[in-house]
Write a protein that binds this ligand. Structure first.
Ligand SMILES: [Zn+2]
Length: 335
């Protein structure tokens, strides 16, 4: 058994997620000492493999070999294929940004029954940030008095969204993405040469997202998005057709990321001229000589971008929402 195999829960050795080794090690240790928790909170970072770590945790609980997870027994393979009879997944239903109470109840009903012959029953709730307060409450009883052998794995990027009552019952595992240079080296090894720095500029240190990206296309997308933003700010952009392009399903979220980076750079440039954070929040206009937009407008724009990203998976009218965003940018122009 090679470490590459065990760190590739999807069964694809290309996915050697070396940075998850310490977390896997602590799962192994817990299992060998017979103290796997009943509830595990994986604190994920974007594109850093929290979902893969959740599968590794499920393998650790369900594997039948002494050195669990072995990665190759029947149980491990069924988990990797996401087709194990004692493994449940809970995520928002299509077109929703919430995990509903009814979904949680269905799961907790399943978890009170005995397993289908396995040593454990595992539920992966991913992303757990999408539990509503009532859904989280519906989960509490199972977290408090789980049947023996039940493991609930929550994967969350913003665990602060979960109620303290839930958090206090979970053991935590923090996912830390590899450093920038490790990320670039890892991507080169798998995908060959390419402008991976530019990819990571857009996506952040998110190795799994970057792995799926095409560097040349992503750069072109970034350049076009930035020219739209600059055009909207100067008043020279035909907003409706640009918004149509942004709304295209395959690139919408990437454009929002590019826009966030664009705004972040401008906020950083302007706040470099500001004396203090207080000034950053209260000043209507900052004295940066070349600024073409006030900092309050930039911060509002950033809020609007976050909100759009939050709604990206729903049925909102994306092109209308982008149009409003670009008009907001034009209106925020310093007169
Ligand atoms: Zn196994």
């Amino acid at each position: 058994m090679s470490p590459a195999t065990t760190l590739a829960p999807g069964g694809n050795p290309e996915l050697d997620l070396f940075w998850l080794a310490p977390q896997l090690q602590s799962l192994r240790r817990a299992r060998s000492q017979g103290r796997l928790p009943h509830a595990l909170l994986i604190q994920d970072a974007p594109g850093a493999g929290g979902s893969q770590l959740a599968l590794l945790a499920a393998q650790t609980a369900l594997c039948t070999e002494p050195e669990a997870p072995c990665g190759h027994c029947r149980e491990c393979l069924r988990v990797a294929a996401r087709a194990h009879p004692d493994l449940w997944f809970l995520a928002p239903e299509e077109d929703s940004i919430q995990i509903k109470v009814a979904q949680v109840r269905e799961l907790t009903d399943e978890l009170t029954l005995t397993s289908h012959g396995s040593a454990a029953s595992v539920a992966i709730i991913d992303p757990a940030d999408m539990l509503t307060p009532s859904s989280a409450n519906a989960l509490l009883k199972t977290l408090e008095e789980p049947r023996a052998g039940v493991l609930i794995v929550l994967v969350a990027q913003v665990s602060a969204r979960l109620p303290a009552t839930v958090l206090s019952r979970c053991q935590r595992l923090q996912v830390r993405p590899p450093s920038r240079s490790e990320c670039v080296a890892w991507l080169r090894e798998r995908r060959g040469e390419g402008d991976w720095e530019a990819v990571l500029d857009v996506l952040g240190n998110a190795p799994l997202r970057a792995l799926a990206a095409e560097p040349t296309q992503l750069r072109a997308l970034r350049d076009e998005t930035e020219s739209h933003l600059t055009g909207a700010l100067s008043g020279g952009l035909d907003i409706a057709p640009a918004a149509e392009r942004w709304a295209q399903r395959d690139s919408f979220e990437l454009r929002l990321l590019c826009a966030e980076n664009w705004v972040t750079r401008r906020i950083a440039a302007q706040s470099a001229g500001a004396g203090s954070l207080t000034e950053l929040h209260t000043a209507t206009h900052l004295p940066a000589a070349n600024s073409s937009m006030n900092i309050r407008g930039l911060i509002r724009l950033m809020d609007a971008l976050y909100e759009l990203r939050r709604l990206a998976t729903t049925t909102i009218n994306k092109s209308l929402a982008v149009e409003q965003l670009l008009w907001q940018l034009r209106a925020a122009r310093k007169s």
